[in-house]
Write a protein that binds this ligand. Structure first.
Ligand SMILES: Nc1ncnc2c1ncn2[C@@H]1O[C@H](COP(=O)(O)OP(=O)(O)OP(=O)(O)O)[C@@H](O)[C@H]1O
Length: 338
């Protein structure tokens, strides 16, 4: 803040003193309060006591209220929540579940179970914790029938319609729509137009990589990257500012391998400019060939017999080491694998 703006606000800071300060290069309030008062006295030829009194007034009026480390720690604890996934294997590798204030990413090839996991977690949060969820679907993968089936199997005593009414579904099919949707969500969380937002604990984006293609095709590569980074920042801001858990999914794509034994290897579609976004990244690897899983994905009847097993590997985490576990997709959603 320029020191000139304080003219008339602090009686001791007269226009002559302001001129003397600015002529000696002390142009910002921060320059004044951070400089040694004796140095200011010598530099500007001002009385030492006057400099001290101006400094005291400025510090009292304009500095932030001091908070100690313990208060900050307690505040962080009170806003932190860990949402259990209902699957003990997954909770174990995630250090008890999905954390509010963080972005958790699930990466995997097509049919590796990313959407099933997102739907499963959503039903868990609305059914068990009775908290609200915003589900942003960019692939058309959200299925009300599947959500209702998981609800009926997991919470037979609850009314499906009342559980599902806690979910707000948003469909976006390009990166700009996604950006607008997140912007709108941030505004709604600030203004709280209805009580839905005060109990919002989870935001799901399935998938971020699916909206990437359209923007890279229609715009330049740099434009696509900057849009992607702004989405990443927005997701993190949502998580941190409103103590919400954010779950996103990311596809795997083949890329030229750096080892001499393989021609290509699989890599997350959202590349380097995305790596700073998630605090936790879990890679999902199905045990079956994708073609078998595709058959099952589009043949509803066989799914319950099939129950594919998925290996979940923690690839990045601020808490737990790299570890893996087995999961299974069942009629009741994601469960422990054998
Ligand atoms: N009711 C069910 N019971 C058991 N397994 C199921 C059921 N419904 C779907 N599946 C399994 O879930 C898998 C599909 O997972 P999902 O659609 O979550 O994949 P995905 O990683 O999101 O794929 P994509 O990236 O193509 O959207 C299939 O292997 C299918 O067999």
């Amino acid at each position: 803040m320029p020191i000139q703006l304080l003219a008339g606000m602090c009686p001791a800071l007269t226009s002559e003193i302001l001129m003397q300060l600015t002529s000696k290069g002390i142009k910002q309030v921060i320059d004044f309060v951070s400089m040694d008062p004796e140095k200011i006295t010598a530099l500007c030829g001002l009385p030492f006591k006057k400099v001290l009194s101006i400094r005291r007034v400025l510090l009292a009026q304009y500095s932030a209220f001091p908070v100690n480390g313990l208060d900050l720690y307690n505040e962080a604890l009170s806003t932190l929540a860990v949402l259990s996934t209902s699957c003990s294997n997954l909770d174990e590798i995630l250090d008890c579940g999905v954390y509010t204030g963080e972005v958790t990413e699930f990466v995997g090839v097509s049919v590796s179970g990313k959407t099933q996991l997102c739907q499963s977690l959503t039903i868990q949060v609305v059914g068990e914790l009775e908290q609200n969820v915003v589900y942003i679907d960019t692939t058309g993968g959200w299925s009300v029938k599947r959500a209702a089936d998981i609800t009926r199997t997991r919470f037979p005593q609850k009314q499906v319609s009342s559980v599902l009414s806690r979910i707000q579904l948003c469909q976006c099919y390009d990166i700009k729509e996604l950006q607008e949707c997140l912007e709108q969500l941030q505004k709604s969380l600030h203004n709280q137009p209805d009580c839905f937002y005060s109990s919002l604990k989870l935001v799901v984006v399935d998938s971020v990589s699916a909206v990437l293609g359209s923007s890279f095709v229609s715009g330049t590569y740099v434009e696509g990257c900057s849009l992607l980074q702004s989405i990443g920042r927005r997701l993190n801001a949502l998580a941190k500012d409103f103590a919400i858990a954010v779950i996103i999914t990311n596809d795997m794509v083949s890329a030229a391998s750096t080892t001499s034994t393989e021609f290509y290897s699989m890599k997350p579609a959202l590349g380097r400019c995305w790596t700073f976004v998630p605090s936790v990244r879990v890679v999902l690897e199905p045990d079956k060939e994708p073609c078998q899983l595709w058959e099952c994905k589009y043949a509803d009847k066989s799914c319950s017999l099939f129950e594919p097993t998925i290996k979940a590997i923690v690839d990045k985490s601020v808490r737990s080491p790299r570890q893996s576990t087995l999961l299974k997709i069942t009629n009741a959603g994601v469960a422990n694998g054998t």
